[in-house]
Design a binder for this molecule. Structure first.
Ligand code: COA
Length: 341
């Protein structure tokens, strides 16, 4: 006993996930609903993407609103306050300031430190090691990490090639300091980016490079533009190589992975990543059919759909605009039993 605690005390602390929360808007949009306005159909969307439906926020609901809801859900499960809030989003409430400070205030977290992380669809996977670093160094005691997006507001309602892919939602985890052998421990991490490929997936206007003016609106540059085929190719390649990198860092083999949670972009991408890693598909979480691609919310929403035993090995991997990608290992947390009230 004494030897074990000495061993523990000598090991550096890591981030440990102790609670999960989610929020999705109630409005379900099916492929048939979209086909009323766009030249598309249910069969095309299901075959190419595996997506059957997604949620769209109503016009009065912002990313911050969904973040507050998911954050409150996670805090309730954790049963206590946090002193730092990170909102991973690429659809912030406004250009300035970040969304996180207002979310922290609305959650009643006093003067908690709060900031946004924008790594697009890889946002949550970037925010997780940031949170882990903050608790491991004692900078924060407990961090609320929220991935939240209202993608429907930046996707062109008239562009069938992107409109069908994305959905809105939020997911959150609470991270505290702990030890690498505890259920819920996160890490190691692998992160990467390739800014030469920015043009493959971007909202060109609305920042300082191209303000939104008549020219931008005429060219639909205030909406998301995407080279779907190339993004597909890169998504598979980068999630596979990053997953291998993080497994190598941990000294683990694919056989050690009990569950793969990859960014829920498209069912075909999920299958290709699993197949190339040689992880059986029945060990992979897929909820893209219900939610579409919710960008930074996709990993925490998928975590909430995984049901595992505490201590089981989970591989998280994500990829998005930037291009930016990353992976993390995590042991399944000992989650509190949900409070029915
Ligand atoms: N309904 C019907 N037809 C559609 C359509 C839709 N919603 N969207 C595109 N099409 C058409 C195209 O216009 C094209 O028609 P054309 O041959 O007459 O020009 C045809 O379908 C094939 O398009 P293509 O782009 O070759 O299809 P694809 O098999 O590559 O699938 C995606 C398209 C977008 C589903 C696929 O490329 C993809 O999933 N890419 C990754 C996107 C992604 O995940 N992005 C986010 C990453 S974080």
């Amino acid at each position: 006993m004494a030897a074990a605690s000495t061993h523990r005390a000598s090991r550096p602390p890591v981030g440990v996930v102790e609670a999960l929360g989610t929020a999705v808007p109630p409005h379900v949009v099916t492929n048939d609903d979209l086909a009323q306005h766009l030249d598309t159909n249910d069969e095309w969307v299901r075959t190419r993407t595996g997506i059957a439906e997604r949620r769209f926020a109503d016009p009065d609901t912002s990313t911050g609103d969904l973040a507050v809801e998911a954050g409150a859900d996670a805090l309730k499960a954790a049963g206590g306050d946090v002193d730092t809030v990170i909102v991973a989003t690429t659809t912030p409430d406004r250009m300035l300031p970040g969304t996180a400070p207002e979310v922290a205030s609305r959650l009643g977290l006093g003067d908690a430190s709060a900031f946004d992380v924008n790594a697009a669809c890889a946002g949550f996977i970037y925010a997780l090691p940031v949170a882990s670093g903050l608790v491991a160094t004692g900078t924060a005691d407990r961090v609320l990490v929220i991935g939240a997006e209202v993608m429907s507001r930046i996707v062109d309602p008239d562009d069938r090639s992107t409109r069908v892919l994305f959905g809105d939602g939020a997911g959150a985890v609470v991270v505290r300091s702990g030890h690498a052998d505890e259920p819920g421990a996160v890490g190691p991490f692998d992160l990467g980016s390739d800014g030469d490929q920015t043009h493959l997936l971007e909202v060109p206007a609305g920042g300082t490079r191209q303000p939104i003016d008549d020219h931008a609106i005429e060219n639909r540059h205030h909406f998301l533009q995407m080279d779907g085929r190339e993004v597909y190719r890169q998504a598979v390649r980068r999630m596979v190589s990053s997953s291998r990198a993080v497994l190598a860092q941990a000294g683990l083999e694919v056989d050690d992975v009990d569950c793969l949670i990859a960014h829920q972009a498209n069912a075909r991408i999920l299958e290709a990543v699993a197949d190339r890693l040689e992880i059986p598909r029945d060990r992979c979480v897929s909820n893209v059919g219900r939610y579409g691609n919710t960008s930074a919310a996709s990993i925490p929403l998928a975590l909430a759909d995984a049901s595992l035993e505490p201590g089981q090995q989970v591989l998280l991997t994500s990829f998005g605009a930037g291009m930016a990608w990353g992976s993390s290992l995590m042991t399944w947390p000992d989650l509190p039993t949900p409070d029915p009230t």
